[in-house]
Design a protein around this ligand. Structure first.
Ligand SMILES: Cc1cc2nc3c(=O)[nH]c(=O)nc-3n(C[C@H](O)[C@H](O)[C@H](O)COP(=O)(O)OP(=O)(O)OC[C@H]3O[C@@H](n4cnc5c(N)ncnc54)[C@H](O)[C@@H]3O)c2cc1C
Length: 404
């Protein structure tokens, strides 16, 4: 029940940024009962989205019940899909119900961008949610089982041709995981390994463009070791049930296309009247407030925040969503109580690319040492440590021993 006298601070989206913001807000406003913190999500769980490629091969559980996260906090959770943002009336709609707000934080994350490529949205899998990961897992299981009794070699190869579109972080991590998983499945069914093909297709001239050349070379080598074919300068131009056309006129027969080639923000922000920039991200000031509405904050993938050091937009990544979640909570508190707000300065903590169960390549900024690079098993331990750090921080912020 929403008390009409309360001033509602509403966080929409319970991903990395939203959960962090809601927990910190609840702590800051603990002694101010006239303020009520609300958290809204269409799912009753928090998704460890950076681990979805592992969920797609059933290697990891990636959801944590929201109830466990907020149980020791005075946060009101609303399960529902945000369908409208009424900024002038200061109300958000979840289908038929509404939540009036005093301040709102946008943390709705992102979804796949299909760039109007014909047939892609209808025929490709995406990897944006737990449901997507489950769908992919079941599909691969069915294909491997089907291939085991297929005597026609061409048809078997078609069944076992897997195409991953997009050579960014999620595409590369998923392709590596997929190659390991399919190798294991086909081994179990005694299917010849040479009938399996995993293709990673990237429109640019390189995969993982934000990484430096030497790390990229090492990643490429590891992908090739897993028998993944990496096709750069290659565009998917059409996708139909059973085929993918890649530039210029090459039609590949396949049952599986997983599209990780781009993201965009929900249409809702475009309809809200706020200034938006590339990918539909909300243009924010140095305090992560919408430049149009002082009571609207945006974080994570939703925010088009500019790094004051480089003048460039902060990338859509979990590490920045977490930092921004903490900062907006403090800035909302400061704004309400007339204190000085903090300017957002992103800290780049590293970039780690996992390449299957025991392998990762990347770098981390460790205290006192500037940049530590790693390749291989140690890398995979560090990647696991990054995920565990998020869980530990959630445990600390939520004051609860979350099991997931
Ligand atoms: C496979 C994969 C691997 C990745 N690996 C990495 C990595 O290694 N490192 C890294 O830094 N980043 C990685 N990323 C990117 C990272 O996951 C995102 O940048 C991060 O999740 C953004 O956090 P967020 O809080 O903005 O949104 P999210 O974490 O996406 O949370 C958004 C929340 O909003 C909810 N929501 C969405 N729409 C609605 C609606 N209309 N109504 C109600 N609720 C809604 C969703 O259910 C979700 O809970 C990866 C992404 C993917 C897909």
């Amino acid at each position: 029940m929403i008390a009409p006298t309360n001033k509602n601070i509403v966080v929409i989206g319970a991903g990395y940024g939203g959960v962090t913001a809601a927990l910190r807000l609840s702590r800051l406003f603990r002694g101010h009962s006239e303020y009520q913190i609300h958290l809204v999500d269409k799912n009753p769980y928090h998704t460890l989205k950076t681990q979805l490629h592992e969920a797609a091969v059933h290697r990891r559980e990636v959801s944590i019940d929201i109830g466990r996260i907020i149980s020791r906090h005075k946060i009101m959770f609303h399960l529902g899909e945000v369908t409208k943002l009424g900024l002038t009336g200061k109300v958000i709609s979840l289908g038929d119900s509404t939540i009036p707000f005093h301040v709102v934080v946008f943390a709705l994350g992102s979804q796949s961008n299909f760039y109007s490529i014909p047939g892609l949205m209808e025929n490709a899998f995406t990897l944006q949610s737990v449901a997507d990961a489950d769908r992919i897992y079941k599909h691969i299981s069915v294909l491997c089982a089907r291939a085991s009794s297929e005597n026609d070699r061409d048809r078997r190869r078609e069944i076992l041709r897997f195409i991953v579109g997009g050579g960014g972080l999620s595409g590369v991590e998923f392709a590596a995981e997929l190659a390991d998983h399919v190798a294991k499945c086909t081994q179990d069914y005694r299917i010849p390994q040479e009938d399996v093909e995993v293709l990673l297709i990237e429109a640019l001239d390189k995969i993982l463009p934000s990484l430096d050349e030497s790390l990229r070379r090492q990643i490429l080598k590891k992908l090739l070791d897993k028998r993944i074919q990496v096709l750069t300068n290659t565009k998917i131009v059409n996708c139909s049930p059973g085929t993918v056309t890649i530039s210029p006129d090459n039609v590949l027969k396949t049952r599986t296309v997983v599209w990780t080639g781009g993201i965009r923000i929900t249409q809702l922000t475009q309809e809200s009247g706020m200034a938006i920039g590339s990918m539909g991200r909300i243009v924010v000031d140095e305090y992560l407030r919408s430049v149009d509405f002082s009571f609207v904050y945006a974080i994570g993938d939703n925010a088009l925040a500019i790094n004051p050091q480089t003048g460039k937009p902060v990338p859509a990544a979990a590490q920045f969503a977490l930092q921004q979640g903490r900062l907006v909570a403090e800035n909302i508190f400061a704004d309400i109580f007339g204190e000085r707000k903090k300017v957002y300065r992103p800290k780049v903590l590293g970039e780690v690319v996992s390449l299957g169960r025991h392998l990762a390549v990347g770098w981390l900024a460790l205290p006192f040492i500037r940049k530590v690079r790693f390749v291989g098993f140690v890398g995979s331990l560090l990647k696991a440590a990054v995920t565990e750090k998020h869980i530990l921080l959630l445990r600390k912020e939520s004051r609860n021993w979350i099991v997931y």
